[in-house]
Design a protein around this ligand. Structure first.
Ligand code: NAP
Length: 263
């Protein structure tokens, strides 16, 4: 049985993708930040669900979860970095960074780096990005600076898309690394809170996550970006393919994750 870690499995696109993949026979390591929501997911989902609790806005917590996964699992077929945040009551983390960068960019990078030794070389790391992408202020990624919600979100998603491409290029004999815009304005609480609208069918987002993980012709397209608004692989924002920016971004991310021990 293949095992897949899905972050943000307790709501929205991640929850529906979890249910679909569990029905297909995958064992799901379902990550959430809320114990009650994780218990409810485990009780109501048909299939093998293993709950994993961590606040992705707290990198020490993320590191702890990864350590335990490494102790308890020898192989993951896929990691789906799906959890994300647009609006939050408090946007500054305890470590003085913007929560959008922490949850949407840095935590999934940390998870990927930590779990890489056990991710199947034939497997896939799927990073859930967005059509909302904007050039990244690396100073703001490293240290909190007050920003509008959409600006911080779009920068965090461009950064995630850029590190996906960079890590894909680095892994010559490793799993695929793919980023995906799951579709814009889908019916999740992020969209209801952010835009005050009901949104489009959630299956649009969940189905593309399932397809990119399970269909070999798609899951091998490492380094690429799937734009589900267009229904195909396509071009991310031009800054994503700027190699000089990619190197600076990776240096920033590596420096942040190396500091975690002392935070
Ligand atoms: N909906 C769209 O139209 C759309 C479009 C483009 C991209 N996306 C992306 O799709 C992904 C899923 O979002 P969604 O639309 O399904 O939104 P959602 O329903 O709000 O789900 C977001 C998930 O992320 C989790 N999460 C948020 N902050 C977290 C934290 N600090 N620690 C741990 N988990 C945290 C949430 O946990 P809780 O369950 O505890 O809240 C939830 O499970 C996100 O990356 C989002 O940016 C969505």
């Amino acid at each position: 049985m293949k095992t897949i870690l899905i972050t943000g499995a307790t709501d929205g696109i991640g929850q529906l993708a979890t249910q679909k993949l569990a029905v297909l026979g995958y064992r799901i390591l379902a990550h959430g930040r809320d114990q009650q929501k994780l218990e409810s997911l485990t009780e109501t989902t048909v299939g093998q669900i293993e709950p994993w609790l961590a606040d992705l806005a707290n990198l020490s917590d993320v590191r702890g979860m990864c350590r335990q996964i490494l102790q308890q699992h020898e192989c993951l077929y896929a990691v789906v970095n799906n959890a994300g945040v647009l609006k939050a009551p408090v946007t500054q983390t305890l470590t003085n960074r913007d929560i959008r960068f922490e949850v949407n960019t840095i935590a999934p990078y940390l998870i990927t780096r930590k779990l890489l030794p056990i991710i199947d070389t034939q497997g896939v790391i799927l990073n859930v990005s967005s059509a909302a992408q904007a050039p990244v202020d690396l100073d703001a990624l490293e240290q909190f600076r007050a920003m509008g919600d959409m600006e911080a979100y779009a920068q965090s998603k461009l950064a995630m898309t850029a590190w996906s491409r960079y890590v894909a290029n680095e892994l010559t004999n490793g799993p695929s690394v793919i980023s995906v815009n799951p579709g814009s304005l889908l019916a999740t609480k992020m969209v209801k809170e952010g835009f005050g609208i009901e949104g489009k069918d959630l299956n649009i987002g969940a189905d593309i996550l399932v397809r990119l993980v399970t269909d070999p012709s798609d899951s091998k397209r490492t380094g690429e970006y799937f734009d589900n608004d267009a229904g195909d692989f396509g071009s991310p924002h031009s800054a994503v393919v700027d190699d000089a920016f990619g190197r600076r971004l990776i240096a920033s991310l590596d420096s942040i994750i190396h500091q975690i021990g002392s935070e």
